[in-house]
Design a binder for this molecule. Structure first.
Ligand SMILES: Cc1cc2nc3c(=O)[nH]c(=O)nc-3n(C[C@H](O)[C@H](O)[C@H](O)COP(=O)(O)OP(=O)(O)OC[C@H]3O[C@@H](n4cnc5c(N)ncnc54)[C@H](O)[C@@H]3O)c2cc1C
Length: 407
């Protein structure tokens, strides 16, 4: 739905799960608030509608980090929300499997970290692993009961309905060009004209740095999109995976490694990998956005990232172009999986923030300056944590002091 511009209390840019959760939290806190969500495409058009659908437990994140705190709080809220809204979800638990000798101490460290984050984690014997996942193999493994699955696209639909019930508006097909804090109000330039708002929150996912820069910010973090491609187990092979089977992640990267996920729709996905995408919405190699690519190539941080991780990048690209390489990684977890058991099954594009030194930024990052709050980095598990992130941003929006940067 689109409509002309005007004057409102709050504008939220982006109808992904973070923008929607923020709008909902604001409307619940301040009934009668005149709030509009401006979305260039459609509800859940990008990351929020193209992900693994996992309700993450909080296993991986540095204790005390924003990710760890908001994931734990957000998971509980997400479960409650889905139950109350009648959205199908399941707390099925997941196994994490060490396949190589060097992964065993890493799994022990991960287990310790998860416990510091308050999780119950069961160390499995080979018989224990066989009970949870009869076709998985490994040198060591653990079971994390708190992990669950849901379809975040359905969650976004429910949030959008609730926003409208609470008196908010969601205008799709409206691209915001800039949001500039004039001191007394924020001028939001959009395709349908100029809006004025008391407060603006930008939750633009892969475009977060573009919008922040258009508003006069000099964002420290810049987005590099990484595509995550999925394969799917054919119906004949789907019995090989009961729930979720993960490898021990490589601690140098914020990605979790290719894994198996039985979704809430009962389909089993394998992946996602992590290949550099040639555009912020490049869902396949065939889609190239020359402007995006030129911007990424012009940044020194991109080249620093490439210089540090070129070998992993080449491996990932090879696995993308030659799916049998991805099968090899999957066979380490479930050896019975054969290439003929797997078909291509879509992709998502992660908005990965990198720092000026080319480092992959791990934690959530949210910046408030004056009347604007910018969500700079909201990677996984931001879908899990979305309701807690939204409530937290809503408090930031109300704050009166000058500036905060959290993350
Ligand atoms: C492959 C993959 C797997 C993942 N798996 C999981 C998982 O299992 N569990 C989990 O918790 N998290 C997962 N995540 C992460 C999670 O999906 C994201 O962290 C979350 O969806 C981010 O939500 P968002 O609202 O910030 O961004 P998005 O969903 O990307 O939404 C941003 C929105 O802003 C809009 N927009 C951008 N620019 C403008 C503009 N100028 N004007 C108007 N609108 C604009 C876009 O169209 C888009 O709709 C995964 C992500 C990926 C990519």
């Amino acid at each position: 739905m689109t409509a002309g511009a005007g004057r409102v209390d709050v504008i939220v840019v982006g109808a992904g799960i973070v923008g929607l959760a923020t709008a909902r939290a604001l409307l619940r806190e301040r009934p009668g608030l005149d709030l509009v969500v401006l979305e260039r495409e459609d509800v859940a058009a990008h990351q929020s509608g193209h992900n693994s659908g996992v309700i993450h437990s909080g296993l991986y994140y540095k204790p005390g980090s924003l990710k760890a705190r908001l994931c734990t709080a957000g998971r509980a809220e997400m479960e409650e929300y889905c139950t109350a809204a009648g959205i199908p979800w399941e707390r099925c638990g997941k196994v994490v499997v060490a396949s190589l000798p060097e992964e065993v101490p890493a799994l022990e460290a991960l287990t310790e970290r998860g416990r510091q984050n308050g999780l119950e984690i069961e160390v499995l014997s080979p018989a224990g692993l066989a009970e949870h996942e009869p076709h998985a193999v490994g040198l060591a493994s653990v079971f994390v009961p708190a992990t669950g699955v849901v379809d975040y696209r359905v969650v976004c639909g429910a949030l959008a309905d609730e926003i409208v019930e609470l008196g908010g508006r969601i205008l799709t097909g409206v691209a915001v060009e800039s949001a500039i804090d004039t001191g007394r109000q924020v001028a939001v330039r959009s395709e349908v004209g100029l809006w004025w708002a008391d407060r603006v929150v930008t939750c633009a996912g892969a475009w977060s740095d573009v919008l922040a820069a258009a508003g006069g910010e000099k964002p420290r973090a810049r987005i590099i999109p990484f595509r995550g491609e999925y394969l799917e187990l054919t119906p004949e092979a789907s019995h090989l995976v009961k729930h979720l089977i993960y490898p021990v992640p490589d601690a140098r990267f914020p990605f979790l490694g290719v894994h198996f996920t039985r979704g809430i729709d009962d389909h089993v996905h394998a992946g996602p990998n992590a290949v550099p995408a040639l555009g912020r919405d490049a869902y396949s190699w065939a889609r190239l956005r020359p402007v995006d690519t030129a911007r990424f190539a012009a940044r020194r941080s991109t080249w620093k990232l490439a210089a540090t991780h070129w070998r992993t990048g080449v491996d990932e690209i090879t696995r993308s172009l030659v799916p049998s390489r991805m099968v090899t990684a999957l066979q380490r977890l479930v050896p019975e999986v054969r290439p003929e058991h797997l078909v291509r099954a879509g992709a998502g594009v992660r908005a990965q923030a990198i720092g000026p030194d080319g480092a992959l930024l791990d934690d959530f990052e949210i910046v408030r300056r004056g009347r604007c709050v910018h969500v700079v980095n909201a990677p996984s598990p931001a879908a899990t944590a979305s309701l807690a992130i939204g409530a937290w941003i809503a408090r930031e929006v109300e704050a009166d002091d000058d500036a905060t940067a959290i993350g």
